[in-house]
Ligand binder design. Structure first.
Ligand SMILES: [Zn+2]
Ligand SMILES: [Zn+2]
Length: 148
């Protein structure tokens, strides 16, 4: 009986070793920025928020999504991180968030970076151009509520 158990145990070893050898790193996250601003207009109003949509595929599972908006020729910066919630721990998602644009954000050209980090520590960044424009006083919330 004892030999039998030992033989079984020995038979498992190559199996485990073979499995370990086959494992490779999942590929890095892929991001497609689908909408920056309503209708992908690349504009956000002061004191309003920026509508942002992206398709994200992360074989290594999403760990963190980070949005950075910085002035192209200046030091003004807006940052927002998502580390909990529906996007985290999944392989693919449709990211849809609104980032607050403070009323004192200078009217200027900005650069947006959307960075995704997976659980393996691999990152990918998608970039876009963005303009902060004057608030027209209309409540855009009503206009852009879309069902998809
Ligand atoms: Zn939206
Ligand atoms: Zn930049």
């Amino acid at each position: 009986m004892k030999t039998n158990i030992l033989l079984r145990f020995l038979a498992i070893i190559p199996l485990v070793a073979g499995f370990a050898a086959c494992q490779k790193n999942p590929s890095a996250p892929k991001i497609t920025l689908t909408e920056v601003g309503h209708e992908n207009g690349g504009k956000a109003e002061q004191g309003d928020d920026l509508h942002l949509e992206a398709d994200i595929v992360a074989e290594g599972l999403i760990q963190r999504i980070h949005v950075e908006i910085h002035q192209e020729n200046g030091s003004y910066e807006i940052e927002k991180s998502y580390t909990t919630g529906k996007y985290i721990g999944v392989k693919n998602t449709e990211f849809h968030e609104h980032v607050d644009i403070p009323a004192d954000a200078p009217l200027d050209a900005y650069h947006l970076h959307l960075t995704v980090t997976d659980k393996e520590g691999q990152t990918a960044t998608a970039k876009a151009h963005l303009e902060v424009i004057e608030n027209d006083g209309n409540d855009d919330e009503e206009e852009h509520h879309h069902e998809d």
